[in-house]
Design a protein around this ligand. Sequence first.
Ligand SMILES: Nc1ncnc2c1ncn2[C@@H]1O[C@H](COP(=O)(O)OP(=O)(O)O)[C@@H](O)[C@H]1O
Ligand SMILES: [Mg+2]
Length: 557
Amino acid sequence: MKTLFELCKPRQSVFDETKREDVLNLSDLKEGKIECAPFFEENYITDGMKTLFDTAFNRFIKRGQTGVVKLTQAMGGGKTHNMLALGLLASNPEFRDKAITNSERYKSIGNVRVVTFSGRESDAQFGIWGSIAEQIGKKESFSQYYSPLSAPGETAWINLLSGDPLLILIDELPPYLENAKSKTIGNSDLCSVTSTALANLFTALGKAQLANVCLVISDLRAAYESGSELIRGAFKNLENEVNRSAINIEPVGSGSDDVYHILKKRLFESMPRADEINLVAIAYKNEVAKAKQMGLTNISPDLIYTGIKDSYPFHPSIRDLYSRFKENSGFQQTRGLIRLMRQVIAGIYLGDKSKAKIKYLINVFDFDLNNRAMLTTITQIKQELSNAIAHDIAANGKAIAEEIDAQYQQELVGDVSKLILVSSLANVPNALLGLTLQEIIGDLCEPGRDIAGLKRALDEFQSRAWYLEHDKEGKLLFKNVKNMIAELHSLVESYDNEGVRTTTLKTFLADKFKSIVGDCYQNLLIFPAIDEITLNADKVSLILFEPYTGAGLHPCF
Ligand SMILES: Nc1ncnc2c1ncn2[C@@H]1O[C@H](COP(=O)(O)OP(=O)(O)O)[C@@H](O)[C@H]1O
Ligand SMILES: [Mg+2]
């Protein structure tokens, strides 16, 4: 069996800091800045993308029923990417064979005209319609709608757009409409006029005369949910108009393996042969089977086997655990995962080579929280867990997990704690959080790892960690509140000996030994200094003295 290092070579872009943040948009397409070959080299064709290509190209041969496609998915989910892919295929016929499965069917289509509008172009002088008319070389034919800006009707759109195949891509409308709200036109505003213009366009696309046109628009919802009441109303109306005529396509299937295929494509130059992957999958299956025999896990070895065959070079648990926080606000779905994984993989390949040599898969816990950039990335996903990380997981050797691992000369609790951390990162309502011990062990099994000592080390971790909690179902998770152990610690710390003697303990004893009936003693002295003791012949005194640490009675007596 070969290691990860021997089998998979990351793309150079993984190590290139400047490349990590590249975000392409429609302006890049319009300005011809995107090269087809490298774009498709790193593109994975998802089912959604396949449907998008088919829907659009069927329109270009005038066979498609629906002329409006809405790409649904939150920020960073691949909407713009899908528009770019389609736009490139439309204007570069030579790349169609590779990207479209039944490209034969579309052989007759030559160069398709492509028109784009990105909502970032908030300064478009003559509105969206002006921009579209200009791009197809008919700026003048719409001049009656420019001053004052007014919405073209259905017939006007039909006259403008009919003819050769045409692709219209409209992205990021929400910021445009938000801004347009403040531009007054008569006793209305540009936002309303734009909404009317687009609603007219959508209905026009339902007409036979425009059977040559396909319009792709990105979802408005994510943006209007966070927007003001006023904007929400406007978006909702427009959204309803879109929904009336559009089919929805999800660029990256949320319940599918799409995102892993995308990660493989984007991050690695090539994948090893199936038989090499099979050996790795068998090795993991055997490890899990061993743990299961010992009663340590209930994870099915066969599931791990088939899981690895699909997810290689990633451990299958990554799929479940990473999808838990992909809906977090601030985390950008597919884009977020690509960024995170770039960092993780760069860390593995640039890090300690001796460790990488015995690595076979990229696992959930394969990141170094003592690396500043990595720590920032993880804490950004759920900021409130930064205390948990600093105290329990990683603090340059001083965190609880690191101390325990150093003590037993292993790398076990560190990995477990990171696994639990990842499982606790979701911050959306009703999110799944935490893992059972059985699940943890199942995810931890790997060739060469001895999990026999895990139970003992984990018990110690549980008794010392401050932010680790058990939920009702026995799942372990990190929270941002200190647990009982931490509370006890801080209580103990706050009690110095003197403080306890003078206040808390004295009050406690005074209460417990208070003379009530007065039969045995009438006077009570607690921790008095010797010279404070004045005895009285008429009264019996009870003197409570601190225990003497040496042998025998206190020398004072
Ligand atoms: N099918 C895919 N193949 C390769 N990369 C993809 C694919 N889908 C999305 N991506 C990548 O995911 C990231 C986010 O996509 P993007 O289209 O910018 O999201 P959105 O427009 O929904 O906010 C981009 O870096 C893009 O390159
Ligand atoms: Mg986008």
